[in-house]
Design a protein around this ligand. Structure first.
Ligand code: ADP
Ligand code: MG
Length: 262
């Protein structure tokens, strides 16, 4: 099949496609313009890092992409689904099924143990308690926390808490994982091992990761690095993986078009 009109071609190679996203908080004198027209693509299978000074809009942008926050204007597609065109209910459901969010400060519930914290997204999605527990344990094993299943967050180190938070973001097998400064409160070695886990996740399956960071020590894990300043993307630098990504996305695109035509 040939597409004569580019706009009609399925954008299957993109996990995320943002066009002209703007966001202002508040009104009048108290308003803060956080996003001033963001165009950004994230490829499938990619680990994209988003860097920039404090207050430049990184958290706002990933919150829009993760369907947590509504933009004022512009379009955001996540795995081909336009978030703006969904009803609130559809968007909540899409977020619950397709997106995993790792917060800067872990956001674990202090009275719940590791298994219970990780099981939350599954229970919210209506999975039975028994299956939720089994899958939570498997996710915790994936981040090497099998010895801390019953620990409360307060009994864990920062790195262990962040790994619980990552297990919680992965447990429902989301396509897009969004991480807000996941290594900022971790020492170098621990931050490195957290990034290795996240890097492994992006490579496996049909997933993509966006990692907001201030931390130049983890840049080596990026396929591309998008630089933000004052509500805009000012530069996107290709990592060494760019060629591999491009080839893989082309192959995947051809395969999926073939499958659709069968
Ligand atoms: P970053 O994550 O890059 O530090 P943010 O996206 O958190 O930046 O913030 C971008 C801008 O929006 C900043 O000027 C910030 O003060 C403002 N801002 C962020 N969240 C809110 C909010 N809930 N209410 C009002 N202003 C906000
Ligand atoms: Mg932030």
């Amino acid at each position: 099949m040939e597409y004569t009109n580019d706009a009609a071609a399925p954008k299957l190679e993109f996990a995320v496609r943002c066009r002209g996203i703007t966001k202002t908080y508040g009104t009048g004198d108290a308003s803060a313009i956080a996003l001033r027209g963001i165009d950004l693509e994230v490829y499938r299978g990619e680990l994209l890092m988003l860097v920039g000074p404090s207050g430049c809009g990184k958290t706002t942008l990933i919150s829009v992409i993760a369907a947590i926050l509504d933009q004022n204007s512009g379009d955001c597609e996540v795995f081909g689904q336009n978030l703006q065109r969904m009803s609130r209910k559809e968007r909540t459901r899409f977020r619950g099924e397709s997106i995993g969010f790792v917060f800067q400060l872990f956001n674990l519930l202090p009275a719940l143990n590791s298994i219970e914290n990780v099981a939350i997204p599954l229970l919210i999605n209506g999975i039975s308690p028994k299956e939720s527990e089994a899958r939570a344990i498997a996710a915790l094993e994936q981040v090497q926390l099998e010895d801390h299943l019953d620990s409360l967050p307060g009994q864990l180190s920062g790195g262990q808490q962040q790994r619980v938070a990552i297990a919680r973001a992965l447990v429902h097998d989301p396509k897009l994982i969004v991480c807000d400064e996941p290594t900022s409160s971790l020492d170098h070695q621990t931050g490195h091992s957290v990034m290795e886990i996240l890097r492994g996740v992006a490579k496996s399956h049909d997933r993509s990761l966006i990692v907001v960071t201030h931390d130049p020590r983890i840049f080596e894990f990026a396929d591309r690095i998008a630089h933000m300043d004052d509500g805009k993307i000012v530069d996107v630098i290709d990592g060494e993986n760019k060629k591999r990504l491009h080839r893989e996305s082309q192959e995947r695109l051809q395969r999926e078009i073939k499958e659709r035509l069968q």
